[in-house]
Each structure stands twice: as structure tokens, then as C-alpha cells.
Design a protein around this ligand. Structure first.
Ligand code: CAA
Length: 445
């Protein structure tokens, strides 16, 4: 069987931008560095009043299909991952297919469509579904369109408000892909958790501090589970680690945890021992608290070492460049992190073919998953085709008053009719309500 993976990727950001240090921080009475240095974010991307999860998904998918010269008949599946769905029955993928049919004049009646839900990890689970479908030989030579799309909005005043974002990532999954091949091996860490949830409500209920701990606990399990099937990972074998990125500060913690894990029992641990001692081992401690305290001290020392800082700068930091400018895209975030890393490698002129990415996905509720991706020859052309920098630069900068109005425009509990702040051009836009309460869309030239 040939290899299976991601053949192409496209990113679509919401058309508005909220500046965190200059616009958000003064309103909250906070030091701007809480956002830029603490959370690691400069801005959030926001949807204009004519944008939603369908328009962003359809726009990303259309850009991808157009660039790759794909027709509806080339696509055997459309899977949309989201945690911002507005319909409990009809999947977002049918709305997206309806949009694409408008511009192609052909239908997707042959394509299997669905919607995946498991918080932010659902995008990666949709990749899995596509991978398995192709590996099982059920694809009849067709590829799968996987789209992760979210309007990651929080209630006004919630601690998560600073981490908001909106955007979509479309990926085309095929045999013999042009970007990355996916490993068969996967590691999981999954438990019934109540860290972040939306029980039939639009904005999440979040236990923010706990959610950070749950992310780390599940990621640790996933790493151990991955190594149990694929063998130990050595830091020298890793080009980049794209993690789910609710905000870059979260990934700072995940990166440190991962480094401690993959350096254990290696020559790197021995070399670091002269400076900071060896890693604490559970069996050397009488009780759990003493062990945990020793681990905390080791981690504090580890993160200050040149060795760790160098690894973080090369392996993790490049995955965060786009995220810093857009905030959390929930299901799309880990896929934005991958794109960010590959873009960094391209700009650095790095020859990445054959190298490994270890992708750490996470969804609240909670589950982490780790798999390996091997970058394939020709990847540069795919990344060169991204126009994400232009999209980010073209966003309309929100004033605080505009932000308040636009947040209301997307709040299902507020009856508001908000004029758009930008003009749609060559993109899908929300076009009002249909007779059965369905949302309608049209392509605006
Ligand atoms: N200068 C520099 N740093 C500063 C600072 C300043 N002036 N002020 C604060 N900081 C630092 C803090 O020390 C902290 O960093 P550390 O955690 O490394 O110590 C960081 O900035 C954030 O400060 P606070 O913890 O005080 O911020 P907060 O309590 O207002 O909010 C949060 C943090 C709870 C994570 C909140 O953003 C939140 O609830 N977010 C939504 C939930 C979330 O994203 N959780 C992540 C894991 S769950 C997940 O990943 C799923 C998902 O997508 C939602």
C-alpha cells in the first residue's frame, strides 16, 4: 500500500483582528505583557458579521481545490471538524458542499459527508478517518477533504476571552501525498474530564487553570502510549513538534514536559546532570508529594538551561508564529501549528524532506493524541502557495466599540443586526435565513 497523508493545506482567517496589547489590555486594566509575554499572543482573529464556520470552511476548501485543480468528482469525502456547530442534525459539511457546488456547477452527491466532535482534537480525528478510509481501499481513487473550522469565542469577561480566534484549515488527504505522510503508530491519553465544555450552550464553561493541567496530563499519557508502540523518541529525531495551541504559553509548558520525557535515559540527561542533576525517579521518593516537588524543581532548572532553550527555539517556537497573530482556532490550531513550522523551514531554506514532525493534538473533555509525520519531497511548493501572511495583514483592525458590537453579532442570545466592517470579495458570505431556519450562503464576486 502506498503512503497516505496530507497532500495540500489551506488556511482561512476571519477578516477582523483584535489587538491584545493595545486594544484589549487597556480595557481590562491589565499589563499588555500579560498577553504578549504571558499568553504569548499579539492578536485574535475575528469573523465579520457575514462570516461563520461555514464561510471560513468553504473559503479555505475553495482556495485549496482551485489551487490544486480539483473538481468535486476528485473528492470522495468531506469531513468537517468543529466545536462551534449551529445545527444538531444537519452537518456543517453539507452546508460547505452546498457552497462549493455554487461555484463548481457540479455536485458532491457521491461524497460521504460528516461532522466530527471531540473539542479541539476533532480535526486530527477527521484526518484519522480519512487515513483509515484510504488505507482500507474504500476511496475509489478519490481524496478526502478534511476541514477544521471554528469561531472560538468566549463569553465577555471570561478569562478565555483573551485567547479567542476564528478561522479554518482545509486539508486534502490522499495516497502519495505532496506534504507529509502520516505514521500508522499513534499514542493516546484519554479520560472523562470536565475542564472545558458547552452543554447545549454557545460559549464554553471553562475551568481554565485545571484545563492547563488536564492538557499536560493527557499529553504525557499520549507520549508514553506512542513510545510503547513506536519506540523511544530521541530529540535529535525531531524537526518540529506542532502542538494544539490554545495560546503559545500553553505550548511553552507542553514543550518542557515533552523535552523532559524524551531526554530521560539519554546522553542529554547525563550531559545536563552536571548542571541541574538527573531527573527525579519516582522509586527514589517515599511519597508522591515529595516526588512532584522534585520534578517541579527539576523542570524549573531545565527550562533555564541553554540546551533546552536552544531546542525550544528550533523545534517549538517556529510552530507558534501564526498562532500569535490569530489566537485559538480550536480544531484548526494544531494544523495551523504544523503550517507555521513548515513555513518557517521554507523561509529558512531548510531541506526538510524525510524529517519528522511529532504532532501533539488535544481536545478538552479530554484526549491527547500523538503521531509522527514525515515531510515528503516537494513539500516546499505546497507551503509556498499559502497566502496566510497577506490574509493576516489585510484584516480590519477592530476598535473596542467595534469589538463589542461584533461579539454581539455572533452571540446567539443577542438579537442584533450589525453592519459588516469589511466587504466580502471572491468569497462565500452568509446571506440570511431560509424558511426552515437554515443559514444560507452565496459566493460574492
Ligand atoms: N508579564 C508577563 N507575564 C505575565 C504577566 C505580565 N505582566 N501577567 C501574567 N503573566 C503570565 C502568568 O504568569 C501566566 O503564565 P504562567 O502560566 O506561565 O505562569 C500567564 O501570563 C497567564 O496569566 P494568568 O494565568 O494569570 O491568566 P488568566 O488566569 O487570566 O488566564 C487561562 C489564563 C486560565 C489559561 C485563560 O486564558 C483561559 O481560561 N483560557 C481558556 C482555556 C484554555 O485555553 N485552556 C488551555 C488548555 S485546554 C485546551 O487547550 C482546549 C482549548 O483549546 C480551549
Amino acid at each position: 500500500m502506498n503512503t497516505v497523508g496530507i497532500d495540500a493545506v489551506e488556511i482561512w482567517t476571519g477578516n477582523l483582528r483584535l489587538d491584545l496589547p493595545d486594544t484589549f489590555a487597556p480595557q481590562k486594566g491589565e499589563d499588555p505583557e500579560k498577553y504578549t509575554k504571558g499568553l504569548g499572543l499579539n492578536a485574535s482573529s475575528f469573523p465579520d458579521s457575514y462570516e461563520d464556520i461555514v464561510t471560513m470552511a468553504a473559503n479555505a476548501a475553495y482556495r485549496l481545490m482551485d489551487r490544486k485543480g480539483l473538481e468535486p468528482e476528485d473528492i470522495g469525502r468531506i469531513d468537517v471538524a468543529t466545536e462551534s456547530a449551529f445545527d444538531n442534525s444537519k452537518p456543517v459539511s453539507t452546508y460547505v458542499a452546498g457552497c462549493l457546488e455554487q461555484v463548481y456547477g457540479q455536485d458532491f452527491h457521491h461524497a460521504n459527508k460528516g461532522e466530527r466532535k471531540f473539542a479541539c482534537i476533532a480535526g486530527t480525528q477527521s484526518l484519522d478517518d480519512a487515513y483509515n478510509w484510504i488505507k482500507a481501499g474504500r476511496n475509489r481513487g478519490r481524496g478526502a477533504l478534511v476541514i477544521a473550522t471554528d469561531t472560538a469565542l468566549y463569553a465577555r469577561g471570561d478569562a478565555g476571552e483573551a485567547t479567542q480566534g476564528a478561522g479554518a484549515v482545509a486539508m486534502y488527504i490522499t495516497e502519495d501525498p505532496s506534504l507529509v505522510e502520516l505514521s500508522t503508530e499513534q499514542g493516546y491519553g484519554s479520560a472523562d474530564e470536565t475542564d472545558f465544555l458547552k452543554p447545549n450552550q454557545q460559549f464554553p464553561s471553562v475551568d481554565g487553570k485545571r484545563s492547563v493541567q488536564v492538557y499536560l496530563a493527557r499529553m504525557r499519557e499520549a507520549l508514553t502510549d506512542y513510545e510503547s508502540v513506536a519506540g523511544d523518541i530521541h530529540p535529535d529525531d525531531i524537526a518540529y513538534v506542532p502542538f494544539h495551541t490554545p495560546f503559545p504559553g500553553m505550548v511553552r509548558k507542553a514543550g518542557l514536559l515533552a523535552y523532559r520525557h524524551v531526554t530521560r535515559d539519554t546522553e542529554i540527561e547525563e550531559e545536563l546532570a552536571a548542571e541541574i542533576g538527573r531527573q527525579p525517579r519516582r522509586e527514589a521518593f517515599d511519597d508522591e508529594d515529595a516526588y512532584r516537588e522534585a520534578v517541579r524543581e527539576y523542570m524549573d532548572a531545565l527550562k533555564e538551561t541553554d540546551r533546552y532553550r536552544g531546542w525550544y527555539a528550533e523545534t517549538i517556537d517556529p510552530t507558534l508564529t501564526i498562532s500569535r497573530e490569530v489566537g485559538n482556532w480550536y480544531t484548526g490550531s494544531v494544523h495551523v501549528a504544523r503550517a507555521s513550522a513548515l513555513k518557517h523551514a521554507l523561509e529558512d531554506g531548510r531541506d526538510l524532506a524525510g524529517e519528522s514532525l511529532y504532532v501533539g493534538s488535544y481536545g478538552s473533555g479530554a484526549q491527547a493524541e500523538i503521531h509522527e509525520e514525515t515531510v515528503v519531497e516537494g513539500w516546499e511548493a505546497e507551503i509556498e502557495a499559502l497566502n496566510v501572511d497577506a490574509q493576516l495583514a489585510d484584516r480590519h483592525d477592530l476598535t473596542w466599540e467595534e469589538y463589542e458590537r461584533i461579539h454581539d453579532a455572533h452571540n446567539h442570545d443577542v438579537d442584533s443586526d450589525v453592519e459588516p466592517l469589511t466587504t466580502p470579495e471572491d468569497e462565500f458570505a452568509f446571506d440570511g435565513w431560509g424558511p426552515m431556519g437554515e443559514r444560507q450562503y452565496r459566493f460574492v464576486e
